[in-house]
Design a binder for this molecule. Sequence first.
Ligand code: G6Q
Length: 553
Amino acid sequence: MTAISETAEWKALERDGADLGGVSMRSLFAKDHSRFARFSLEAAGLFADFSKNKITDDIVQHLLALAGAAGVEQRRAAMFGGEAINSTEDRAVLHPALRDPDGDYRAMGEPVSGLVRAQLEKMKSFCGQVHNGAVKGYTGKSLDTVVNIGIGGSDLGPQMAVEALRPYWIDGRRAFFVSNVDGQHLADTLAQADPETTLFVIASKTFTTLETLTNATSAREWFLKSGGAASDVAKHFVALSTNADAVAAFGIDRNNMFEFWDWVGGRYSLWSVIGLSIALQVGFDNFKKLLAGAHAMDAHFRDAPIAENMPVMLALVGVWNRNFQGIGAHAVLPYDQHLLRLPAYLQQADMESNGKRISVDGAAVTHETGPIIFGEPGTNGQHAFYQLLHQGTDIVSADFIAPALSQSAVGDHHEKLLANFLAQTEALMRGKKLEEARADLTAAGIGASDVDRLAPHKVFPGDRPTNSIVMERLTPETLGALIALYEHKIFVQGVIWGINSFDQWGVELGKALAKNILPELGAQGETKAAAKTHDASTNGLLNWVNTVRGRAK
Ligand code: G6Q
């Protein structure tokens, strides 16, 4: 297979990158009044402006040609067709089937939509019974609190969505998320929970994950110590998993298990029964709306020509920045406090999917792949790391995300938030030239020698690429569309880079080594023999920790 970086389409983009040299975005905007209209798209309740990237019509044409050369449309058809596009795990990748329960999808030939509908019905019925109090705890009280125990894909998605949909929370209901194997996470959460009214939702695709099983076991012990009997566990523990045997071995009744399947990737699973905590917190109807919003984006992604296709265009602009502008980091900057967890969620979605160096055919790639993703809600980030975005030596691309209307308008807060949202991308694009900095200082009455001294510090190079994604309001539908937009963007980039976006072998090595080290760690007060089998650093650290722990009472 010809490496993508050896194709004529890639080479054309390399030439574009070199030719663009000294051209500024400012000048591109100045000479082209239809730039915004041409480089923006609307779909599924979202409006995306990618005109503040250093792109031209020629570059966009060449990027579209690159998508053609990489077979984006064929791979898209293969995904929707349920082919085993997750080649290293021999699995289909069919999260769109979860958002289209009335569809007729097949995973590697096997019909799946009936299974999806059945689990949705089970979720609906269970949510209804929890909400109307028909499902009761061991003392006859309703279950008003959910503690979701899961990690990675079984935690980040539901947690992000529950936070994002705060205005839709059902009165009196509480949701907590425990992921870290650090016992403090569980202890801090249980300190706020009442065993009589708490439902533990054990979310684990494999039901073998160390962190989740450790937390679930300790939660069950807490429940039993707090007054519940073994026969009451069934009333307070449900499981979300693909592994019925492991769920049963843990002691959760089959009736209390909600099921999903291997064609749902962990980080693509919030749309499956892994979304139970979302549905319990915001109601099943709102969960369905979340699915509907994602489905609207799926339909757009599947049907729109690639030049008018929002996920494809965002992906291509990202490839341009990553591979032809040398940008290695990308910030996700939501101007909505409820999207607090979106950067963390997308960190996993993007970095676990596209942080890879081996192509699908087993050879090392000859180009860069996924960037470093980070972010914080605006305006907090502005008072923290935006300094580097504006004036640092590395260029960072960014997505700015905002709803035009707030879900909870307070005074003129939202106008101030939006003014900042708009100003930041303008500043990042335009920058400020030395003569402008000098003129501003002079106009402020600064003396000539101070103008000379200060002006260089007040220069902003500009030309820092951003996308802006706006929506009317953050609702279950627009949240669904937004997440699906990113999922498909990540998919398209993975296709162009020739990697499998749906495995995650990079998380295995550390897990295996931790298993080896665990028996070498002493309990508090225990004396351990000096470790000798690792490198000097790991031995030294292990011995230091064991000495301190051995001394402790
Ligand atoms: C996601 C990854 C990973 C996974 C967790 C939890 O795509 O596979 O983050 O979700 O490791 O796994 P379990 O759900 O199997 O506990």
